[in-house]
Design a protein around this ligand. Sequence first.
Ligand code: 9YT
Length: 131
Amino acid sequence: MIVRNLKAARNSSRRIISKNWESTRLLLKNDGMGFSFHITTIYAGTQTEMCYQNHLEAVYCVSGQGSVKTLDDGQEYPITPGTIYMLNRHDKHVLRADTELELACVFNPPLHGRETHDESGAYPLEAETIE
Ligand code: 9YT
């Protein structure tokens, strides 16, 4: 069994800081579970465009208020605690954080560890691993 703690992970190389968000990667590819699991904080007042062309992602809102919009059809969905959205079509989308958002995120295939978004808002399939 593998056991980890968010507070401890935030004080380690598992915490990745980007411009609009930070993500603590609690479970990664090298754990062998077939998916990765992250706790992501989206900074208040930000808008982030993403398109995970190499991954499927599910995002569960633990706290905060915001919205997510799919760009192909212009549909916008409120994000409140308890909401989950699934990017089952590699959807191009914009995530808006009206307040700070705390999100639990699952990726398939799993991330290696150090990924940050490329210019299209995606993660590459290969990246540096966190041990
Ligand atoms: C919701 C979202 O995808 N935010 C970007 C960070 C990502 N969740 C991650 O790397 O954990």
